[in-house]
Design a protein around this ligand. Structure first.
Ligand code: ASP
Length: 652
């Protein structure tokens, strides 16, 4: 009679099913642990007495009222009721006298909302389900009410049922019913709560909201433009509350924080959203060490209890060290495979492209060691790695097998002298079966290429079953001493800020600002977690003259646009600094979600659309009139124009 249960749990024993089960117990654990600390009352003020997921043997004999969605029904004998907390088995009464209850529970379609009242009873011996947190009990129902019936759904609300992301986003309110989404959003809420507690209650920060209707500001990301009713005047959505938080310091609100919504019109990238959330922080009278300790304490305090604890202080690397060892300013330090400079071994090489690179300024020979590469990488992998380097970086990559008798596709490797081979073995601590990937060129370019190949190799090795990046490991890293300026991508003769134009120069490089500004290091710091940048900030310029010089002379910006800030700096601005943590990315890494869209309740699609409501949407010309704007339709969009007043279809 209980075969439906074993069938259900056969589902759970598939990989996705198992994950669902883990999430569910993890969700329960998180909630229980939270309740041990704070005792949240999940059933206050509402019709239920308990949540479906909380019932255990200790509740046996209690009269309960539960509200939830019908997850499953089996042979009109049992139904499984679900709420955010978990699943519980309800026994459908079979007696003649309970015909009306039976009718409701047997006829309501799956995902209908019902309220049931009854007694918690132990399951008959042998019929317990150890995989279900509530598996020792069931509900003997006395009354039932259908609160709302459910029509045929576009997809099943079961975590193990696969659905396309477009469909999930189109019916987001249904997708949110999944245990995975419930877990992600509840964990997010708990972390933010703990952050508020740490900042406001333990450290005296003030939570202040800043405007989202602002104006165009120089530097940084592209902003979204909002028309106003004044002809030719536009607001912009702020890319961050940067100016406001600095102005708050001038205003004496010397420890500010905000869970701030930020907007950047930057097109699609996998880990970006056009609107996203930052934990935005600013403090007066602080230096880098102070900000770093604050953030380490904040993360430690708010870290979920069911994850490995955060170890502080976080290690740090300078920007130059990160680039030299990992080829990037956001290294994934969960694994080694660092870039090694082997230029000195090859000063008298016969190999043309190495010779060529070493004869140029900044030229170098660099390599990474792929441990046990000959065991795990196939020849076609090495070929694809070489092609990747050629296509993306225009870099030649040479595979060398110093201790193995293999020379795939690399006749050049034969020109490597015995002393170079033994030098390599010593310098890179080569063991049998290791592969060395070697490249040469300008320092930064060679490092960037190897940095990418390092990650490509990690992907390939992991696809072959090696674990390089432990999913339970959280490897934090501070990256410091960034350059203050970078050459502009579209015009390398000009400078742009590496962080933003309010970042203070490194005190020891101050004089260089007037002679060789491109060499100035800044007081900018980034926080990296497992190879993703999850935060960044800086000590700010609080001297109006210096700020004016940076903006006008070095960055060639129109200072009039920032006259309010420059003026404020002149009126007794305290020294100050701050940071912003990217909340979406942080939660995505903590939950192990495949995309930041999975930790945002209503995210935009990859192309920046809301697939549920179909935003952005067109407006008829008469509604644009008050804003004094007119659409200049591209020639091929006549169809779009004529569909203005018709409902449009979401992207698929
Ligand atoms: N406003 C900066 C950003 O959004 C963070 C900061 O400098 O505090 O990246």
């Amino acid at each position: 009679m209980f075969c439906w249960l074993s069938r259900l749990y056969l589902g759970f024993s598939t990989p996705t099913g198992r994950i669902t089960h883990l999430i569910r117990s993890s969700l329960s654990r998180t909630l229980v642990l939270t309740s041990q600390r704070r005792i949240p009352e999940f059933s206050s003020f509402v019709a239920r007495t308990n949540t479906c997921g909380e019932l255990r043997s200790s509740h046996v004999g209690q009269e309960v009222t539960l509200c939830g969605w019908i997850q499953y029904r089996r042979q009109n004998i049992f139904l499984v009721l679900r709420d955010f907390h978990g699943l519980v088995q309800v026994v459908i009464p079979q007696e003649e006298s309970t015909a009306s209850v039976r009718k409701i529970l047997c006829e309501a379609p799956v995902e209908s909302v019902v309220q049931v009242s009854g007694t918690v009873i132990s399951r008959p011996p042998g019929q317990e389900n150890p995989k279900m947190p509530t598996g020792e009990i069931e509900i003997k129902v006395k009354t039932a009410e259908l609160l709302n019936s459910c029509k045929k759904l576009p997809f099943e609300i079961k975590d193990f049922v696969k659905k396309t992301e477009a469909l999930r986003l189109q019916y987001r309110y249904l997708d949110l019913r999944s245990f995975q989404m419930q877990y992600n959003l509840r964990l997010r809420s708990q972390m933010v709560m703990k952050m508020r507690e740490y900042l406001c209650n333990l450290h005296g920060f003030v939570d202040i909201e800043t405007p989202t209707l602002f104006k165009r500001t120089p530097g940084g990301a592209k902003e979204f433009v909002i028309p106003s009713r004044e002809p030719g005047k536009f607001y912009c959505l702020p890319q961050s509350p940067q100016q406001f938080k600095q102005l708050l310091m001038v205003g004496g609100l010397d420890r500010y924080f905000q869970v701030a919504r930020c907007y950047r019109d930057e097109g699609s990238r996998p880990d970006r959203q056009p609107e996203f959330t930052q934990i935005d922080i600013e403090m007066s009278f602080v230096d880098q060490t102070g900000i770093r300790s604050l953030i380490e304490g904040l993360l430690q305090y708010s870290w979920p209890i069911d994850k490995d604890p955060v170890v502080v202080p976080f290690p740090s690397l300078t920007f130059a060290e990160a680039l030299a060892s990992y080829g990037t300013d956001k290294p994934d330090t969960r694994f080694g495979m660092k870039i090694i400079d082997i230029s000195d071994l090859f000063r008298n090489t016969e190999v043309g492209f190495l010779q060529d690179a070493l004869s140029k300024p900044q030229g170098a020979v660099k390599a990474i060691r792929v441990s046990e590469g000959t065991k795990y990488l196939k020849r076609k992998d090495i070929d694809s790695i070489r092609k990747f380097a050629a296509d993306h970086f225009n870099q030649e990559v040479l595979p060398v097998f110093p201790e193995a008798n293999r020379n795939w596709n690399s006749p050049v490797a034969q020109s490597i002298l015995e002393e170079q081979r033994s030098g390599l073995i010593r310098l890179m601590e080569i063991r049998e079966d290791d592969v060395v990937l070697l490249t040469a060129g300008e320092h930064k370019k060679a490092c960037s290429a190897l940095g990418k190949l390092r990650l490509e190799c990690a992907d390939l090795l992991e696809a072959r079953g090696l674990v390089l990046r432990d999913p339970a490991l959280f490897s934090f890293l501070w990256v410091v001493d960034f350059p203050l300026f970078l050459p502009k991508e579209e015009n390398p003769g000009e400078l742009e800020s590496a962080h933003h134009p309010f970042t203070a120069p490194h005190p020891s490089d101050l004089q260089l600002l007037y002679t060789e500004p491109e060499k100035v290091r800044s007081q900018h710091y980034d926080l990296v977690l497992n190879g993703s940048e999850i935060g960044g900030g800086s000590i700010r310029i609080h001297d109006a003259e210096l700020q004016r010089y940076v903006l006008a002379t070095l960055l060639k910006e129109d200072v009039n646009l920032l006259s309010h800030l420059l003026q404020a700096l002149d009126f007794g601005a305290p020294p100050h600094g701050g940071i912003a943590l990217g909340l979406d990315r942080l939660i995505c890494l903590v939950t192990g979600a495949p995309s930041i869209r999975d930790v945002i309740a209503f995210p935009k699609s990859f192309r920046g659309h809301d697939l549920m409501s179909n935003a952005p949407d067109s407006l008829p010309p008469e509604e644009l009139k008050p804003y004094h704007i007119q659409v200049s339709w591209p020639a091929d969009s006549e169809a779009e124009k004529s569909s203005l007043n018709q409902p449009s279809h979401p992207e698929s």
